[in-house]
Design a protein around this ligand. Structure first.
Ligand SMILES: Cc1ncc(COP(=O)(O)O)c(C=O)c1O
Length: 388
């Protein structure tokens, strides 16, 4: 990965360093290496109506988000980024850039909230939508309507079935037809995949997950690639008008979380690989779904487009739904909770298949691997599996 000039005796700093130091920011007044929290929703104007510090009203320019936005844009290789009050607020902000009559092509197997939002809001609003198979570029190519398809919406690895999209190939198909490409990069994070480097126009995130990493902030982000100036202006204006921004306390916590992003994601991915391999050979597990396993249908593509690991999330299947519910009930260390990307491991069996085109098997359990000792996590899974 190349990071643009930031010379220390001509050395280009790695993203790990840029993240750890939050781009090297130091408070100009106090020389503090951690930013202050400014809860004020407004800043005072000079008599001539200019601002010497601050930027006015918080809904328009949330000053406290600027550092987190700059850091995320840098890590994703984007031009700029906008923070939102949740991942869904960020995703909705991007999808609402479509007009009635436009055509959207989206993957069939997406995060359930995105699928539901498209079905509940975008289609009734008059946007024409086609859903295509995640792992079939020909299906994507067939759905494209040159001149009419305005956006292609992708996610890889998909959550919770971990299908892999060949991003470079999908982006080429979309661009050949004149469509903009949006990638939800929540699961791999820029540590493992950089869609903008592969040609994507926009990246969206649930920053609630790995970016913050501590299960204590709800946040979202949109990152803009090089050719998206007018879209950035439009989406920024809408954020200003609607106010789905991240508050100052949450922005502060998010920036703190992002400083350890690389260590956390690398550890979670290494542990997930070990756990997926353990589950793969366990007699009571019928299938272990993780792109890091050689037998995974998307393994070769994932190896090419993911850098340094296959992510901290995995799923596995058991004999039936009852076994899945029993297993999670017997765990002693891993927490039974919704969400992913935190430092603590969380487990969740499939609850329902509402809004999905590709039903998730009811015997499936999703595990978000944290940064605990993987041997402790395996011991917990082993004792729960033994009891089945
Ligand atoms: C891949 C993905 N995208 C988006 C979201 C939505 O994010 P939020 O819960 O921050 O609104 C989630 C939440 O689980 C997710 O897993």
């Amino acid at each position: 990965m190349t990071v643009k000039k930031r010379p220390i005796r001509n050395r280009e700093l790695s993203p790990e360093t840029l993240a750890a130091q939050a781009l090297g920011w130091v408070d100009p007044d106090t020389r503090a290496v951690v930013p202050p929290i400014h809860p004020s929703v407004t800043t005072e104007r000079n008599p001539d109506l200019t601002y010497s510090r601050g930027t006015g009203y918080m809904r328009g320019t949330p000053e406290s988000c600027l550092q987190a936005e700059a850091l995320l844009a840098k890590l994703e290789g984007g031009e700029n980024a906008l923070m939102y009050a949740s991942g869904m607020a960020a995703i909705a902000a991007v999808l609402r850039a479509l007009e009635p009559g436009d055509h959207l092509v989206a993957l069939r197997d997406l995060f359930r909230g995105s699928l539901k939002w498209i079905q509940l809001n975008l289609i009734p609003w008059g946007v024409d939508v086609d859903f295509v198979a995640n792992d079939d570029i020909d299906d994507l190519a067939r759905a494209m309507r040159p001149g009419k398809t305005k956006m292609v919406y992708l996610e890889t690895p998909s959550n919770p079935t971990f299908e892999i999209v060949d991003l470079a190939a999908a982006i080429k198909v979309a661009h050949d037809a004149g469509a903009l490409v949006v990638v939800d990069n929540t699961v791999p994070t820029p540590v493992l995949t950089r869609p903008i480097e592969l040609g994507a126009d926009l990246v969206v995130h649930s920053a609630t997950k790995y970016l913050n990493g501590h299960s204590d902030v709800l946040a979202g982000a949109v990152v803009f690639g090089a050719e998206t100036k007018s879209l950035h202006e439009r989406i920024l204006e809408l954020r200003h008008l609607e106010g789905a921004i991240l508050g100052p306390f949450e922005a502060w916590l998010l920036l703190r979380g992002m400083r350890t992003l690389y260590l956390r994601v690398q550890q979670a991915a290494a542990s997930a690989q070990q756990i997926a391999e353990y589950l793969d050979q366990h007699p009571k597990v019928t299938r272990s779904l993780y792109p890091g396993l050689r037998g995974h249908p998307g393994h070769e593509i994932a190896k090419r487009q993911m850098n340094g690991g296959f992510g901290g999330l995995l799923s596995f299947r058991l004999a039936d739904q009852e076994s899945a519910i029993t297993l999670q009930g017997r765990l002693e260390l891993i927490k039974r909770a919704t969400s992913l990307g935190g430092v603590e491991s969380l487990i969740e069996p499939t609850k329902d298949n509402e809004w999905r085109f590709v039903p998730v098997p009811l015997d499936l359990v999703r595990l978000s691997v944290g940064i605990e000792d993987p041997d402790d996590l395996i011991a917990d899974l082993a004792q729960a599996l033994e009891a089945l």
